[in-house]
Design a binder for this molecule. Structure first.
Ligand code: GDG
Length: 476
């Protein structure tokens, strides 16, 4: 690897932005995965021809770096046991539930932690090898929280950013983590630590004060550099967004609009189509949504044939026990609701446990009168923003949990506490009955907000802060 060219801009994330696809004739190719992060970083990557360090998504795949569109991709191999311990274990069964308000119980296992340290070191080493002198390295998300410090130890010349896509929990919850100090030390290796919400940045700074006693003056944290001086670390909110333009473009296509109409027809042209789109995850409040909807059918406020709930639950983390259990619970509930309320011609809930192409998602957004985002805790929730971006006719109602980061921006949604089932039912009824004028006023304001703060602005703002933060550090 020593002969690899050195890059001025390096992104590090658990997964590479491509998926390996095997065609029918057995040939292998790489296909860009449609995530928002890829789109957000595309212009920066193109301008700097950067490198992207990440896992290729399959066990024991030890590949040489290769070129893809605008970046050089640098695969980091993971063994089956590392996938189990570092990824499914520590990332998805320790940190994920802990950082989402312990909605599910986090599991703490020392061997998972050891794998997390080892894998983080591998990502840091791979990044250090490809970064040019003085390069900017941007590390993504909770799977790689130790990388900033590991990288700084090897390469003090680098400017290091970190962005946390999920919430950062209040201290009372964070403090449960047996490795709470090591994780914060890891993050403090960065020059800028980005969070989704102001509250997340506040929780992080508080944890730093409680565990280390470092001085914090929002957004700055003064970290002793071990030489009698200080490094200045910025911990601040940078709410992520979507590529609005690309969603609008898809929503404008005649065939996508026809597909939306077809979906309405296939559902029997009910007056109200309600939609939920989530990874099948216990943080997303799918059960609460089904409960509220079921009660509205039960008490006669809504009637099958007149209203339907379409729930896309895309398969996720299927080897983690809490996700298997959740799937069983949701499918039992959907079965009961349909058993009780559906007719031969109309379902109560159209439940789809599939992933779909983006065009189909947009057609669903267009077909839906009411979008239900009822997360119990969510870093941001891009689905809420995507729904808004697709409503070119300025119609449609967004019901949005106040526990999703998006609620900080999307104030013109109907904000709900999903734990309050009566409140949730009231919001659903208000959405169904909302007069056209109010729908338009609200949607227009929502659309302005999402357009003004799209994903290009998110990455530009973060990288700008990173550029300036580094210059203000008294460590160099
Ligand atoms: C994490 C944080 C934060 C879903 N099903 C299909 C599909 N999707 C797409 C959606 C959306 C994305 O996946 C999901 O993004 P969310 O933000 O809603 O949720 P997480 O996956 O939990 O994401 C979250 C995000 O990171 C970014 O920082 O907002 O809080 O938890 O784009 O459209 N896309 C396609 N088919 C599907 O079946 N094509």
């Amino acid at each position: 690897m020593t002969d690899l060219p050195h890059y001025d801009f390096v992104v590090v994330s658990n997964r590479l932005p491509v998926d390996r696809v095997i065609d029918a004739d057995g040939t292998e190719r790489w296909q860009r995965s449609p995530g928002g992060l890829v789109t957000a970083l595309e212009p920066v990557m193109r301008a700097s021809h950067g490198a992207w360090v990440g896992w290729a998504g399959q066990p024991d795949l030890d590949l040489a770096p290769f070129d893809s569109d605008d970046a050089t991709l640098v695969p980091v191999p993971l063994s089956p046991l590392e996938i189990e311990y570092y990824y499914e274990g520590f990332s998805n069964d320790t940190l994920w539930p802990l950082y989402h308000d312990v909605i599910a119980s986090p599991s703490f296992h020392r061997e998972w932690w050891e794998a997390y340290v080892e894998v983080n070191q591998r990502f840091a080493d791979a990044s250090a090898r490809v970064a040019a002198p003085g390069a900017t390295v941007w590390v993504q998300d909770y799977q790689l929280q130790l990388v900033p410090r590991m990288l700084r130890e090897q390469r003090p010349d680098l400017t290091i950013g970190f962005f946390n896509h999920i919430p950062f929990p209040p201290y009372g919850i964070y403090a449960q983590l047996p490795w709470r100090k090591q994780v914060i030390e890891g993050l403090l290796g960065a020059d800028v630590i980005g969070f989704q919400r102001v509250a997340d940045a506040g929780n992080f700074s508080r944890a730093v004060r409680r565990l280390f006693g470092y001085a914090t003056r929002t957004p700055e944290i003064r970290v002793p550099d071990g030489l009698g001086g200080h490094r200045s670390v910025i911990a601040k909110a940078f709410p992520i967004s979507i590529d609005v333009e690309s969603f609008e473009q898809i929503a404008r296509r005649p065939e996508v609009q026809q597909r939306a109409q077809q979906i309405r027809d296939d559902l029997g042209n009910p007056s109200t189509i309600m939609l939920g789109v989530d990874r099948l995850d216990y943080t997303k409040g799918i059960r609460h949504r089904l409960k509220a909807f079921g009660e509205l059918l039960g008490d006669g406020t809504l009637a099958v044939g007149d209203a339907v709930l379409v729930q896309v639950a895309s398969p996720s983390r299927e080897r983690v026990a809490a996700y298997m259990q959740l799937r069983d619970e949701i499918e039992l509930t959907v079965g009961r609701l349909n058993g009780q309320y559906a007719t031969i011609s109309h379902s109560a809930v159209a439940y789809l446990h599939h992933g779909y192409p983006r065009e189909e998602m947009v057609a669903l957004y267009l077909a839906a009168d009411v979008m239900l985002v009822t997360a119990l805790r969510d870093g941001m929730n891009l689905v809420a923003k995507e729904y808004v971006a697709c409503q070119l006719d300025e119609d449609g109602v967004l019901v949005l949990s106040e526990f999703a980061g998006a609620a900080d921006e999307l104030k013109n949604a109907l904000l709900v506490n999903p734990h309050d089932i009566d409140g949730l039912k009231e919001a659903i009824v208000a959405a169904v009955r909302m007069p056209q004028r109010e729908r338009t006023t609200r949607m227009r304001a929502l659309r302005r907000r999402v357009r003004d703060n799209d994903v290009a602005r998110w990455s530009a703002t973060f990288l700008d802060t990173l550029r300036h933060a580094n210059h203000h550090s008294d460590a160099r």
